[in-house]
Write a protein of this length. Structure first.
Ligand code: FAD
Ligand code: SF4
Ligand code: SF4
Ligand code: FES
Lengths: 231, 588
């Protein structure tokens, strides 16, 4: 099977270039990550991140035939040849398929991604009804892979000012939690023209999320709450 | 060459569940903490845990920590230390409730309490009937837990060193542990992290087997570093084979599937677990279920064209239950087995899953070794928690959900011990030995300079295939003896690895080679300890000694790298406050 992989090593290369590979795949190779492991056996200078190989750790996000996704849960049979692989767009490349995620995580950290509740915790669990808990479905499953944010044009242009779909989805995860008391402060924090309002509902993020999450809908809910709060 | 030194109160190697639970406790107390991880914390393998965390909350009916303790001792086939087991089971409700307060999105009952599901080996009233003890967040419990713990650490401002790989332990002349050397992947720089106390929370090394539920990064680093530092490894012959890994892919299907009512079938459509475990059936302990499955396959009742797998049926639960309680499983089965479990059963085989042995500790998380007649003398400054540690809570076989409990309890307990130790050490750091970084530097230089050495992928593959064939679910005497020879014969290759990539920036070939050297120590300890243990206990099943032998083998193995020396130490059968649970035959 034929691959074209974008390569870059700052030690030796002035700029990124494409390298072609032709690999004999074995019947056991089902996912793109299996193929990449095989390519790395031929050429150990190819660098990529990977760990769980089951789509839960978020390590191996990359741009696959033009669309962001996780290599470990992308089926080889679904891919058109030559398979073109590049690092996630919009973030600085460290080497080959490895990008610098500093901005991405800085935005995640900026939304105070932790439960805020200043009351002294009760002896037992804080109670939450199954209905209240269900509000967190579709939000808490985010694996911070960055597929969404790095496919979002608003994030490309303003990675330091726009929180991006992943960060906003997580912001809503805490706003929506019946145990969290900081909803108002969280909304205040997103009020400026950039942090939230750079989202123009282009929906690229929804299209690529490998966990089937919907950041646009979460963003819409935050916007609704702001409007409701204003009246 | 002198390496740069960075000084901290506490150095924590590993930012999975155990490391994050500990770093939270220490940074909350205002200490200067460095938490190192090969991957961004939420990418640690705790993220893959599915089924749940065990604690006798009693939310679904009566439960008690004492019953949990009984189940854990029995599950361990009496090799677990009963003081550590009592400690864990008593502490379990507290640490799970804490996790809820941290924001973990547990599933809920109608009355708002945490939902708990049944799980293998967990019973009410000392073995009478299954109990619902596993607190969960659908089948994504580990993900929900790891993120909640990371989020707490963001709050307490723990200092993370992400994509740093620890290479070796630094000890002084008295044997005290003073920190580690570590390599920054992005730059290739090597630095000394000096700590008044050092915690290993590096997770398991399940990648020693060819077929494994473990992530690529689970290479036994902590165990390898410990062995190189002259500290023995405990009970490394005991590895859990999870009954239900997806055939071919290794991806795990949680026992929670059977907890919710799924069951196993052989090729005749027979629910065979009824024969092997009349009371607990498909919810018997994991070693029992894995062995039953392997027996069915061996005796020609396996499914599929080659008769080499078993079917896990759950479609009778209905789409609603599957979508609500097991959504991740449905996703995995569709992706990795091409099967929608709402309609068809999933092909599964026993797959290496969990390392019961590891770095010997007591239940305070302090690393202990035999010294001057004391079998458990503390190594000052050194702590271990989570899957890399051996307290020993799981003995010869771990119960499902007890690992997440263990990493919470032991993560917290070791952090509290470290707090005391760091206070006693006072404000100043001790002097590092003059040659502190030399060993690591020479290892890396050897790799970079090697020409005509052994190939990393080939060597790793040979180790994994050897372990799988010679040290798997069933162990045969001649195979074990040959296995020891084969593994020893690989020492030369492992010491002389060659990599093509010589660059500094994010050189993953170099990382893989360094990991392989740790994997090798893990595999070697396993094979040698297994060959020596002439009995069957828990996950260690020998064809030639088919019974548990309490007269000769109710003891922990200690393997030293130096000369492959084996020593043994007594199992602690004395709990902290309750009466001993005396060994008896293990039936489910
Ligand atoms: C698929 C699967 C499902 C499971 N389901 C359950 C379940 O439902 N219930 C249950 O109780 N248990 C379950 N387990 C077991 C449980 O998840 C693990 O035992 C546990 O999460 C291990 O946690 P840990 O903190 O010890 O290690 P890990 O989470 O593996 O973390 C190890 C950390 O150490 C770091 N590290 C390793 N080496 C180095 C180094 N050299 N330098 C720097 N950092 C290093 C890694 O980067 C990582 O941060 C499951 C396991 C698997 C594989
Ligand atoms: S919907 Fe908003 S966040 Fe998503 S890609 Fe478009 S602009 Fe970005
Ligand atoms: S929302 Fe989806 S795509 Fe975005 S980081 Fe989370 S899991 Fe990845
Ligand atoms: S390797 Fe973990 S998400 Fe792909």
């Amino acid at each position: 099977m034929k691959f074209r992989i974008e390569r870059f090593n700052p030690d030796t290369d002035a700029k990124p270039y494409f390298k072609e590979y032709d690999v004999d795949l074995k019947p056991a190779d089902r996912m793109l990550l299996d193929a990449l492991v095989r390519i790395k056996m031929m050429d150990d200078t190819l660098s990529l991140r990977r760990s769980c190989r089951e789509g839960i750790c978020g390590s191996d996000a990359m741009n696959i035939n033009g669309k962001n996704g996780l290599a470990c849960i992308t089926k080889i049979v679904d891919l058109k040849e030559p398979v073109v692989l590049r690092a996630l767009p919009g973030l600085p490349i460290i080497r080959d398929l490895i990008v610098d995620m500093t901005h991405f995580f800085a935005q995640y950290h900026s939304i105070k991604p932790y439960l805020i509740n200043d009351e002294p915790p009760p002896e037992r669990e804080r109670l939450q009804s199954p209905h209240e808990r269900a509000e967190l479905d579709g939000l808490y499953e985010c694996i911070l892979c960055a597929c969404c944010s790095t496919s979002c044009p608003s994030f490309w242009w303003n990675p330091d000012k726009f929180v991006g779909p992943a960060g906003l989805l997580n912001a809503y995860r805490f706003i929506a939690d019946s145990r969290d008391q900081a909803a108002n402060a969280r909304l205040d924090d997103l009020k400026d023209p950039y942090r939230l309002f750079r989202c123009h509902s282009i929906m690229n993020c929804v299209d690529v999320c490998p966990k089937g999450l919907n950041p646009t809908s979460a963003i819409g809910k935050i916007k609704d709450m702001m409007v409701r709060r204003a009246v | 060459m002198a390496l740069p030194v960075r000084k901290f109160d506490a150095v924590i190697v590993g930012a999975g569940g155990a490391g994050l639970r500990a770093s939270y406790e220490l940074s909350k107390a205002g200490l200067k903490v460095a938490a190192l991880s090969k991957v961004f914390p939420t990418r640690s393998h705790t993220v893959a845990a599915q089924g749940g965390v065990g604690a006798a909350l009693g939310n679904m009916g009566e439960d008690s920590w004492h019953w949990h303790m009984y189940d854990t001792v029995k599950g361990s086939d009496w090799l677990g230390d009963q003081d550590a087991i009592e400690f864990m089971c008593r502490m379990a409700p507290e640490v799970v409730i804490e996790l809820e307060h941290f924001g973990m999105p547990f599933d809920r009952n109608d009355n708002g309490t945490i939902y708990q599901r049944p799980f293998g080996g967990h019973t009410a009233n000392f073995g009478e009937k299954p109990v619902q003890r596993s607190s969960c967040a659908a089948d994504r419990t580990g993900h929900a837990m790891l993120h909640a713990l990371y989020q707490r650490n963001v709050h307490t401002k723990t200092q993370f060193f992400v994509e740093w790989m620890a290479l070796d332990i630094i000890r002084d002349a008295e044997g005290r542990v003073l920190g580690v050397t570590a390599l920054e992947m992005e730059t290739g720089d090597i630095v000394i992290f000096q700590g008044k106390a050092t915690l290993f929370a590096t997770g398991g090394g399940g990648r020693i087997f060819a077929s494994s539920t473990n992530a690529f990064i689970n290479m036994g680093d902590g165990v390898g570093m410990t062995a190189r530092a002259g500290i023995p490894l405990e009970d490394m012959e005991f590895w859990q084979f999870h009954p239900t890994g997806v055939a071919g892919a290794g991806v795990l299907i949680t026992e929670g599937v059977r907890g919710e009512g799924g069951y196993l079938l052989n090729k005749n459509g027979e629910r065979f677990m009824e024969r092997y475990a009349p009371t607990m059936k498909d919810l018997a302990s994991r070693d029992v279920v894995s062995r039953a499955m392997a027996t069915e396959i061996k005796e020609g009742r396996g499914c599929g064209p080659h008769g080499d797998y078993i079917l896990l049926k759950l479609d009778h639960l209905g789409a609603d239950v599957i979508n609500k309680r097991l959504p991740g499983i449905r996703e995995s089965a569709i992706k990795f087995a091409n099967i929608d479990p709402v309609k068809e059963p999933i092909p599964v085989v026993p797959t290496c899953h969990y390392q019961m042995g590891g770095i010997p500790t007591n239940y305070h998380g302090e690393v202990v070794v035999p010294k001057g007649g004391n079998p458990s003398s503390v190594v000052p400054g050194f702590y271990a928690a989570g899957e890399c540690g051996c307290a020993s809570i799981h003995g010869a076989n771990r119960l499902g959900t007890n690992s997440l409990t263990d990493l919470l309890v032991m993560g917290k307990s070791s952090a509290l011990s470290m707090l005391d130790y760091i206070k006693a050490e006072g404000p100043k750091h001790r002097d590092l030995p003059k040659d502190a970084g030399d060993f690591s530097l020479s290892r890396v230089a050897a790799l970079d300079g090697k020409k005509g050495g052994a190939n990393v992928d080939k060597t790793r593959g040979e180790i994994q295939r050897t372990m799988q064939a010679h040290c798997g679910v069933f162990r045969f005497p001649d195979m074990l003896v040959q296995g020891v020879d084969k593994i020893k014969a690989l020492a030369d290759s492992v010491a002389n690895l060659e990599i093509g990539d010589k660059s500094k920036v994010f050189n993953t070939a170099r990382i893989e080679a360094l990991e392989l050297q740790n994997l090798y120590e893990t595999a070697r300890a396993t094979m040698i300890s297994a060959e020596a243990r002439k009995e069957t206990r828990g996950a260690h099943d020998r064809a030639d000694f088919h019974q548990r032998d309490d007269n000769n083998w109710l003891k922990h193995t200690l393997w030293y790298k130096e000369g492959d020396k084996l020593e043994y130490k007594a199992v602690n059968l004395k709990p902290l406050t309750v009466e001993t649970i005396p060994p008896k035959a293990r039936v489910y």
